[in-house]
Structure formats: C-alpha cells, structure tokens
Design a protein around this ligand. Sequence first.
Ligand SMILES: [Zn+2]
Length: 389
Amino acid sequence: MDNFEFRIIKKDKNSNARVGVIKTPHGEVSTPIFMPVGTQASVKTLSSEDLKEIRAEMILGNTYHLYLRPGHQLVEKAGGLHKFMSWDRPILTDSGGFQVFSLNSLTKTSEEGVRFQSHLDGSYHLFTPEKVIEVQHALGADIIMVLDEPVLYPCSLEQAERANKLTLNWAERCRQAHKELEDKDFKHTQALFGIIQGSTYPELRKNSAEALVKLDFPGYAIGGLSLGEPKSTTFEMVDLCVSYIPEEKPRYLMGVGTPKDMVEAICLGIDMFDCVLPTRNARNASLFTRFGKLIIKNSEYADDFSPIDPECGCSVCRNYSRAYLRHLFNTGEISALRLATIHSLYFYMDLMRMAKEAILSGNFLEWKNDFLKKYQSNQKEERNNVGNN
Ligand SMILES: [Zn+2]
C-alpha cells in the first residue's frame, strides 16, 4: 500500500485527543474527521457539489447497497465510485456485513461466509471475505473494510467468542484476497482496515485487537458498539481498544455519532467517525445545533425569524429562518429535507473543525467542557441509533 499514509500533527497533552492527516490517492483529509454516509452513492438529498459546499472531506459508501443496486460491475464500468458520483475526494466503503445482518432476518453464517436474501427482491447471495474485497475493489474507494460478523447487544460470551473467531479468520482472508487483487492489477491504491469486535467483553476486545494488530493493517476500526449498551460501557470498550491499536495507525469508531459521543471519543483518541444521525434526523425535522437538538416543527418556531443556529455559518443559517424551514416541513416541500441536511452536516463538519482547533491550540479539555455544557443546556440525552438510512 503505497498511497496511504497517516501522520500525527499534534497530540493533546491532557488527553488522548490528536490531530492528524490521512493521505489517500484522492487527496489528504485532516482528522478527527466525520464522514457523511452516502449509502447508495449519494448522501441523501445532496449533490456532490453540496458536499463540497459543506466542506465534507471524505464520505462513506455502503457495499451491500451498491452491490445490489446498481451492481459493482456497473460502478466499475463507470470508472469507479468516484467518477460515478462525481466526487473526487476520498471515499470509504464498508464491507456490507453490517447491512447484511441488520437488513435481513434470514442470514446464514458459516466459515465460508454469510448467505443472505436481498431485501429488494428476495434473491439469494453469498458474501465471502474474498467476495466483499472483490466488490470493494470494483467500487474503488480509498479505504475499504474487512468482512466481520457483528453481534447484537446483549450477546452471550460464547456467541461473542465464536463471532470473534470467525471475524479474525475472515480478516486474514480479506487481507490475502486484497493483496492478491492488488498484485494482479498492479493497483496499490486502497487501504484495507481491520475491525475490532468482541461485544462488551474486555478480554475478547483485547484478543481481537491484538490478533488484528499482528496482521498489520494500515488502520483499525472499532465495531459493534453503540448497539444499546450503557454509554459508560461503550467508552470503556473504546478506551480499551484504542490502547491496543498502535499509536501511528488511524482509529475509526464505526457508526457512532451523536455530537456528545464524538467529542468524548475524540478525547479517547478516535480519529474517524461515520453515522446516519445528522442526515436521517434532518430529514425528520430534527436538527443539530451548538445548543442541542432543535425540533423545527415545534409551534414555538412558527414566527421565529432567527436562523436555526445563530452561530452557524452554513448557507441555510445565513439565508433562511426557522419559521421558513418549519413552513417547508409543514407543507411537505422537498427542499425542507435538503436544507435541513445541509445545516446538520455543516454543524458536524464544524464540530470536527472546532475540536481540531482546540487540540492544536492546546485547550481541548477546556473546549470540550464548554461545548458539552452548552450542547446539553436544553436537551435530554440523545439516543444514538446506528443502522441504515
Ligand atoms: Zn446552519
């Protein structure tokens, strides 16, 4: 892998937070980074130009969805995912495993792989580690992921242990398949990340992390969290996993996503995030702001001509009022979904920018406390629903 690099620019003295740069064939991105989820080669309601406008640096595509529609061969024929969706910045694709397990009640997992029925037409498919690598090579994202078997919460120790064993075996096969395909095509442009699993069992998390680190992936993801376990457990597991990942490798916390959770995870040393929350909630008229969640349909905003978030610099906050956006939602105008998405994603980008600035200027913990105080000033705990948008 010649085209991938991670450099740490600055480490916070009082926490594990850090600022870094990830170099990919489609340019450099700075971390901590939030990746908007572009499930089907599209961040819902937005164009690739919109994504640049909100300063998105890297986006995520879902292998499961793209494999089923329009099919990875078609995307490859288009010149890869970047060309297909006209996005020339970095892309990460997941392995599809999470969707296979969460969208299908009828999956059959074996050593070979996971057999599933399409949620679209009921047709049968098999995802093996080799297959998901082949699909992700055709899609051509800059960062690709190994196939893993996620477990639900709660999960028995035996079940988690079995899934861990399988996940590790699949990780090795993914690594091998990736290497073979790269060598065959003389194409060394994709970085394959390993995924640490182990449910909420510290010993399993440790085993998973240590075994994956031995395989020497260019980056590591932490999967299987924020599935309903207590928050304290989530962060305990994150902290533990991070301690086993070599410092010079990027750390990606999959599917975690409320502003509060991300700020806490940055503090523990996480570099990368993705989550459907800002986009999915926006389409449901629930907006993220510096002072917490704002339900734009509430009647109190009917004649409120102030911006969604007075401190936000996004095009929606600069040009439109809460009253107008509420009106768009109430009348079922399509633009409501788009404007709400633009604002909430911009806020997420801004959050990462603020965290980076605080780390660079040496006052991260102070900033974190101030941010959380303001953010939680008028809201109840946000539930972090991961899944498919
Ligand atoms: Zn805004």
